[in-house]
Design a protein around this ligand. Structure first.
Ligand code: FAD
Ligand code: SIN
Length: 557
């Protein structure tokens, strides 16, 4: 196996919206390497349906979008980051359009072409710009198309990042020390060779963690790799207890694999939720009924299912008629038809599924992590904008806004880009191991065990007993996986399994520490919120957890 050392000015790990936007921007300053563990389009971004939230209508205002975001976040948002998110939205949307993204448009009463703005849960105005129900795919297409014309960007598909290259370095003032990132060890999936990718600036944009749960809307890539890598390297990790369950994924009896999402935009167009017997259960629960924030809708469905013993609830949009549904939701219409459901004639069976991680690697409002020269953006980051619950369609926005801000920071600090000879020498990857097929088959079963354990014990409704049980079990599973990792040949599946179990441990640990209920974290032993927990829970390897507001964390490099 031929291991190489490759140098670039920027190493970007991940080819979703966050990684690609950063790549386009910084490519003006030097050579960019993007590594991505499957094909370039394999990302959560590619599956995004509903759209991007932004203030684009004269009837809307920044204050209203900020207010809705803070309300959903249940007291834990970093308000400064939220203002930046919302205030930058319109410009970033225009930029996506100028790069070739085609959003759905309509005519206003004067015949002018305007964005066709949709509505989603927790939003008090129509502000979701979308491309029918395939928004993410359209954005990903436009970004990759743009990148294909930029000679400074090279994409390495089927390359899996294993670990970050870090070194302790003296602080700027000569006192104290902090860690600096210089790139990553990257596994070439096809050959098994591990290459050393060196760069003065690294951007982690590895997306979410949905695959830790048995039922998820996320594709297979969502195994939390970036968070686990950064945690091992010593970065601060926050808000891991806040896992968002999307209320409406398509229920399919006996089928496994990714749960197909029925976009919240369907409820935005007026769809109603009922039990199988026809009870409209969101009435009386929240003034916004079906369009209440996601945590409330998902928990109410969970409770209805537990009360009735049913396997699903029903979502009815049939009254909109076939013509409208085919045009507005072509993918959902078609997918449901393939599953034997004509949504223009009958309701859709739906269940909640793990969808989004609000927490992640702590960053400031320029995407800087607590490790020098390591930027983080997108779902892997915890910028503080989501707090205890993300407002629908704020995450694609977060990816573009904070990747843009990270690029702005680099433009203002070009001295960060240093030449190859100024970089430390890192040894080639030297982990040796053997491959034992039988043992690997057994170890792989651990993946299913983790997914079921997280679903059963660390799901929508939690309790002390379930969390403690989950922690005891996950420790045993983790030890087996870490032991196998130390002894074995490295493979992409093993990299993911090791990361998946680390992230599961972080989620359970944070959930145990939050002794209250807030936003997406609901523990029956502490059913209400407590003033003393108006703080973010921050984890760091080999240290005690820190209870601190996100806005009080200062990144100083
Ligand atoms: P991703 O788009 O997930 O990209 C991560 C990239 O990192 C991938 O290329 C992956 O292969 C790569 N990667 C991961 N680990 C490694 C590794 N070890 N080595 C190399 N590469 C690696 N949000 C909205 O705002 N609006 C919506 O309408 C919306 N709809 C959604 C619908 C669905 C079904 C899903 C699943 C999510 C939806 N979301 C939506 C959430 C949103 O899509 C994501 O939060 C967002 O796309 C994340 O972008 P990202 O760039 O951070 O990560
Ligand atoms: C959806 O279309 O319902 C997903 C929106 C989101 O996750 O923000």
């Amino acid at each position: 196996m031929n291991s190489k050392t490759l140098y670039s000015d920027f190493l970007i790990i991940g080819s979703g919206i966050a990684g690609l936007v950063f790549a386009i921007k910084v490519s003006e300053l030097g050579l960019v390497h993007i590594v991505t563990k499957k094909k370039d389009t394999d990302s959560n971004t590619n599956y995004a349906q509903g759209g991007i939230a932004s203030v684009l209508s004269p009837e809307d205002s920044f204050q209203s979008h900020i207010h809705d975001t803070l309300v959903a976040g249940a007291g834990l948002c970093n308000e400064e980051a939220v203002k930046i998110l919302v205030g930058n939205g319109p410009q970033r949307i225009s930029e996506l359009v100028s790069w070739g993204t085609k959003f759905s448009m309509k005519r206003d009463k004067n015949g002018r072409e305007i964005f066709d703005l949709g509505r989603e849960g927790g939003h008090s105005k129509n502000r979701i710009v979308h491309a029918k129900d395939l928004t993410g795919q359209e954005i990903e297409r436009a970004l990759l198309e743009k990148i294909s014309h930029i000679s400074n960007i090279k994409i390495f598909e089927d390359h899996t990042a294993i670990d970050l290259l870090t070194e302790h370095q003296l602080g700027k003032d000569g006192i104290g020390s902090s860690k600096t990132c210089f790139g990553a060890y990257i596994l070439e999936n096809a050959t098994g060779a591990v290459h050393t990718f060196i760069a003065p600036i690294t951007m982690l944009a590895t997306g979410g963690i949905g695959q830790i749960y048995l039922h998820t809307t996320n594709p297979e890539i969502a195994t939390g790799d970036g968070i686990a890598m950064a945690y091992r390297a010593g970065a601060l990790i926050a808000d891991m207890e806040f896992i968002q369950f999307h209320p409406t994924s398509l229920y399919r009896e006996g089928k496994s694999g990714r749960s197909f999402l029925i976009s919240e935009a369907v409820r935005g167009e007026g769809a109603i939720l009922t039990t199988i017997k026809g009870k409209r259960f969101m009435e009386g629960v929240h003034p916004m009924k079906e369009l209440a924030p996601r945590d409330i809708v998902a928990r109410t469905i969970d409770s209805e299912l537990k009360k009735s013993g049913d396997k699903y609830v029903l979502l009815d949009i049939s009254f909109k008629g076939e013509k409208f549904l085919r045009e507005r939701f072509p993918t959902i219409y078609q997918k449901c038809l393939e599953e034997g459901i004509d949504i223009a004639k009958e309701p859709i069976p739906v269940v909640p599924a793990a969808h989004y991680l609000c927490g992640g690697i702590v960053t400031d409002t320029f995407g800087r992590s607590s490790i020098r020269n390591l930027f983080v953006s997108g779902e892997t980051a915890c910028t503080g904008v989501h707090g205890a619950n993300r407002l629908a369609s704020n995450s694609l926005l977060e990816g573009i806004v904070f990747s843009h801000r990270a690029a702005e920071y680099v433009f203002a600090h070009k001295n960060l880009i240093v030449s190859e000879n100024a970089m430390p020498n890192f040894p080639c990857w030297n982990k040796e191991g053997t491959f034992d097929l039988e043992e690997w088959i057994l170890i792989q079963h651990n993946k299913e065990d983790v997914k079921r354990l997280m679903w059963d014990y660390v799901g929508i409704v939690r309790s002390n007993l379930r969390l403690q049980r989950a922690q005891r079990r996950i420790r045993i599973i983790a030890e087996e996986i870490y032991d196998y990792y130390r002894r074995s040949t490295i493979t992409p599946e093993l990299v993911e399994l090791r990361n998946l179990v680390t992230v599961a441990e972080l989620i359970i640990e944070s959930a145990l520490q939050r002794k209250e209920s807030r936003g997406l974290h609901y523990n029956i032993n502490y059913p209400s919120s407590k003033e003393e927990f108006l703080v973010n829970i921050i984890l760091q390897a080999n240290s005690q957890s820190i209870f601190k507001k996100h806005c009080d964390i200062h990144i100083n490099w």
